[in-house]
Design a protein. Structure first.
Length: 220
């Protein structure tokens, strides 16, 4: 918790509750990385190819995770200024707003009765609907966190176990981002953009490893 002791000075108090925002930021970045992993698993296991709107949602998830990562990285140095919390959560809100709008847009494209939607569903909802729910939930969570920020935002972070936890979280997030970028390159190949309805991994065709072109399956 940060308390005013004199004009222009702050006092940092220890305690687990006062470090809550650091841990929430770490969970935030790992959580979004996990959501992207779920989308990648759905893509690889079910052989379903994300469309441009799907990929935009993943990119906004990465940006949201980087908002939490900003706070975690500052905490790994041992000190977090109040402005660092504000910058990190601000980045996350902007990213979640952009991702939420993108997910809403894709949901509205398939809102009419009888529309099968794009790709498969999980528990009766398509992935872009889940993304919409998660982006809205994330913005709401950040709002609650900021409401109680006075008592949960210490400026002093101990080295253990915070630094090790931060390093593991950064490694996981970096791995997810790299895998997603490689998967996108395989999908897009040597083209400027993804087609509206991708039907294959274009890169092997561009390299001549596979013959023929991509054809949409009958279900699309």
């Amino acid at each position: 918790m940060v308390t005013d002791t004199a004009p222009g000075t702050v006092e940092s108090r220890g305690g687990v509750l006062n470090q809550l925002q650091f841990w929430l930021a770490l969970i935030f970045m790992v959580g979004w990385a996990g959501v992207i992993c779920g989308g990648l698993g759905f893509q690889f296991v079910n052989w379903e190819y994300p469309c441009p709107l799907c990929m935009l949602q993943r990119y906004f998830m990465m940006l949201a995770a980087l908002g939490g990562a900003y706070i975690v990285r500052k905490g790994m140095t041992g000190t977090i200024a109040p402005r660092d919390y504000a910058v990190g959560w601000g980045m996350a809100i902007v990213a979640c707003f952009g991702g939420g709008f993108t997910a809403w847009r894709q949901t509205m494209l398939h809102i009419l009765p009888g529309d099968p939607g794009y790709m498969g569903a999980v528990f009766g909802l398509h992935l872009y609907v889940w993304a919409w729910i998660l982006f809205v939930a994330a913005i709401t969570t950040i709002g609650v966190v900021l409401t109680f920020s006075y008592g949960t935002s210490t400026t002093t972070i101990p080295a253990r176990p915070h630094r090790m936890a931060g390093q593991l979280a950064f490694g996981f997030l970096a791995l997810v981002i790299i895998v997603n970028l490689v998967a996108t390159f395989f999908l897009e190949g040597f083209h400027w953009k993804l087609p509206d309805d991708p039907a294959c991994y274009q890169l092997p065709h561009d390299l001549g490893i596979l013959d023929g072109g991509c054809e949409l399956p009958a279900t699309h």
